[in-house]
Design a protein around this ligand. Structure first.
Ligand code: NAD
Length: 487
């Protein structure tokens, strides 16, 4: 059976590459190749830049409200095609349909809608300086690049294109080579909605194509989502042309469960923050610190619910709530961490093995895994695993658990469960993390800025402030009086 071959999307249409080079994309739940994609060679790369220049000239000259109307049409198309797009995400990522159907497309559409709404509201300042005055304009940066991870492919493409396009920029987006199709579908939707050719181009490939984006002197900004190590390379490379950067990187986030917490709610949060999207979420609370007095109750309920309520299998089956990991390599990496947890002395409460569900026997499944008796120095407690592996730790003292929770070079997210309102705020204010939840975990609405402290990132996505990251301020001084000159 022949599988489809997708080309790069440049200047409002598909563009064939000249090298003929392609790569294969597999369905993680079946281990089968589902399609091929052409790599963006230098011919495609040059075309992407040339068309983005032309697209930018047209798009940035439009009134913001016109851009807004066009983006809102794209939002409507995204919602109309929810099921089609959600299915692409399921086949590309291995995540359950149950999630993709109500989260992936909708949270992407929400963000474009949010920034489309803000676009016409962006204003500059004006101030008198004696009889003269100055005013400022918020101008777009020019051509921006977006580089995406594989866990929420379409959502990431929307979260980067929403603010970039609303502010009047052109965006060249490179999805992860594991999950390249969603961005192409978004490009088709933008084109259909009336976004001018060249304003949103999609280039395909792995690290080399990403590196070209970070080097290119024609690109003003790189917004990157991925691993900390890759992020450092991107920042170093972007420094060569002093590009603006936004970095959305990895985490090893703590969840603190105090003795007065609603334990069932805290277990729900811990399960969501470790097993949703089979653990492949950057903000996951993979270090769960539980107060000694409720520790046993917490792990008893956690074990029961993990063993009874998680249904692994064919991700397209609507009753399945736990999918396959992205690739064989990643599967092996996660299994390696589990072996390390065991060898370093953690107690395996549940899981700890690969799964072969009857409906998807060849998929890259790892059982939802919980380690207890963990200590702060264990590898599974220190490193991001990006799979369904939870570490539970005990604490007794508030100050001590805050210190332990912050004792990491990462700072993406943090959570606290307690009924004591003063403690909730006191503790969360001391967390060195950019995204925090009190008696909740994981929600990330378009209105709320998200991003990391420490090595988890630079800059923010979503929320009003993100528009500032896609604009630059031009100050214009207006002389109303004669120039005073000594010459
Ligand atoms: P990754 O760093 O391996 O790859 C991310 C992207 O970078 C891919 O498109 C890849 O092709 C590209 N790339 C690789 N090398 C590059 C280079 N040298 N220059 C430019 N681009 C390059 O990450 P991944 O495995 O795709 O995603 C998982 C990681 O992403 C996890 O660490 C996770 O925490 C993080 N993540 C963070 C957020 C967030 O918002 N903070 C969201 C999702 C995922």
């Amino acid at each position: 059976m022949t599988t489809p071959v997708y080309q790069n999307f440049i200047n409002g249409d598909f563009l064939k590459n000249q090298s003929g080079e392609t790569f294969a994309v597999k369905n993680p739940a079946t281990d089968e190749v589902i399609y091929h994609v052409e790599v963006a060679d230098s011919f495609v790369q040059n075309a992407a830049i040339e068309s983005a220049k032309q697209g930018f000239a047209v798009w940035s000259a439009m009134a913001p409200i016109e851009r807004s109307r066009i983006l809102l049409k794209a939002v409507a198309l995204l919602r109309e095609r929810n099921d089609l797009l959600a299915k692409i995400e399921v086949l590309d990522t291995g995540k359950p349909w149950q999630e993709a159907e109500c989260v992936d497309v909708q949270t992407g559409a929400d963000v474009i809608e949010y920034f489309a709404g803000l676009a016409p509201a962006q204003v500059g300042q004006q101030q008198m300086v004696g009889e003269d005055f100055y005013y400022t304009r918020k101008e777009p940066l020019g051509i921006c690049a977006g580089i995406g991870a594989w866990n929420y492919p379409l959502q990431i493409a929307c979260w980067k294109s929403g603010p970039a396009l609303a502010a009047g920029n052109a965006l060249i987006f490179k999805p992860s080579e594991e999950t390249p199709l969603g961005a192409i579908k978004l490009a088709e939707i933008f084109t259909e909605a009336g976004v001018p050719a060249g304003v949103f181009n999609v280039v395909q490939g792995a690290a080399e194509v990403g590196q070209w984006l970070t080097h290119s002197p024609d690109i003003e900004k790189v917004s990157f989502t991925g691993e900390v190590g890759t992020g450092k390379k991107v920042v170093a490379s972007a420094a060569g042309t002093l590009k603006d950067v936004t970095m959305e990187l990895g985490g090893k986030s703590p969840l603190l469960v105090f003795e007065d917490a609603d334990i069932s709610q805290a277990v729900s949060a811990a399960m969501l923050g470790n097993f949703y999207t089979q653990g492949e979420i950057c903000t996951n609370c993979t270090r769960i610190y539980v107060h000694k007095s409720v520790y046993q109750q917490f792990i008893d309920e956690l074990k029961t619910r993990t063993e009874q309520n998680i249904v692994a299998g064919d991700p397209l089956d609507p009753s399945v709530n736990f999918g396959a990991l992205i690739s064989k390599n990643h599967h092996n990496l996660v299994m390696g961490y589990i072996e390390k947890g065991i060898s370093e002395g953690a107690t395996l409460l549940t899981g700890g093995k690969a799964l072969r569900p009857e409906s998807a026997p060849n998929g890259y499944f790892v059982a939802p895994t919980v380690f207890t008796d963990c200590t702060d120095d264990m590898t599974i407690v220190k490193e991001e695993i990006f799979g369904p592996v939870m570490s539970v730790l005990v604490f007794e003292d508030e100050d001590d658990v805050i210190r332990r929770a912050n004792d990491t070079h990462l700072g993406l997210a943090a959570g606290v469960f307690t009924k004591d309102i003063k403690r909730a705020h006191r503790v969360i204010h001391q967390m060195q993390a950019g995204i925090c939840w009190i008696n909740s975990y994981g929600n990330s609405p378009a209105e709320m800025p998200v991003g990391g402290y420490k090595q988890s990132g630079i800059g923010r996505e979503n929320g009003i402030e993100t528009l500032d990251h896609y604009t630059q301020t031009k100050s214009i001084y207006v002389g109303m009086t004669d120039i005073e000159s000594p010459f």
